[in-house]
Write a protein that binds this ligand. Sequence first.
Ligand SMILES: [Zn+2]
Length: 358
Amino acid sequence: MKRNFLGALGIAGLLLLCAGAPAGCAGDGPGAGGGDDDGLIDAGGGGGDAGTLLTITSPTPGQIFTRDKAVTAGFAAPIQFTASASAGVASVEWVAEDVFSLGVAEAPDFALMADFKGDGDRFVVAHALAADGRDLGTARIDFVVKAMPGQTGTCHEMLNALGVSYVLGPNNKGVADPVTVNTPINGIAYYAYGAATPQSKMFMDCKLALALQKLGDVLRPRGVTAIEHIGIYNYRCIGGGDPDSGTCTPSQHAYAKGIDLHEFRVGATTYNTQTDFVIDPDTMPTCTATTSNDKDKWLHEVACLMHTQKVFNIILTPNFNADHRNHYHVDLTAGSDYINAIDPGAIGVDPPHGSHAH
Ligand SMILES: [Zn+2]
């Protein structure tokens, strides 16, 4: 079986992938596995001659976990998996619902942590692997994941749990869930275009605040300390015009769910979309284009990282059109939601020209 590696599991991801893999998904209710929940080896043949190869030592059968860890896409239950095994077992691959690989862990205790976001009866199958990668047999452990009492998963609740500092409002036209966020956000300072000092607060929709919190998770490992941007809220249509006229399509900026990222700063080093990003030929998608120099390469990688890490639903680069020569427009266009779901319809980097604009 070819397995997909996922560092963390979400409900949406499970449902999507399960649609194409009914064997691992249809019967994950209690007892569906025929009572094979003792954490002991099941080599498939029934009564193998080598004795117990693999015993899952954590979690314990039926253990209940509460989703008490805030992650950007919701609350997760962090679960520690460990096992003991006979000599000859070099590593263990942990596979949620025997469909999604959580990763491979080495002897002696084959320990692995994974975040679970889907509630209900869950199970993980441990595959004992020989040094040459042969699957020697499996063990299964069943457990339960539950929401925290009172947990609703609202955007405000998520901001609170993630430690984002904000106040509600003001109630500007077009903005469904207005918040004013104190910056920096998740370690990133924000400068208005051309300003010498960073902003102390920024107005946006709560969902964009969640996305910028996640952006910090993605950019801080690359050393980013500050971003210069060209704006968030602007009550207007794509390409101009009044959203209230009913004759044009409102921009995501009208909803305060988009931001134009001009320059990324790593300490004193700047990566500027206008001066450092080299526009690629139309035949080259942004994420596989040949880059021209180190800064150009870095900027391409960051654009594509925002896509692969599902920070924003849409990312437009200077490749898109002349209106985007000096920024990355990123937004949360509905119907292509990269924040909570693995959406095959998501647009991401390089939408067809003319299909979207800021
Ligand atoms: Zn924009």
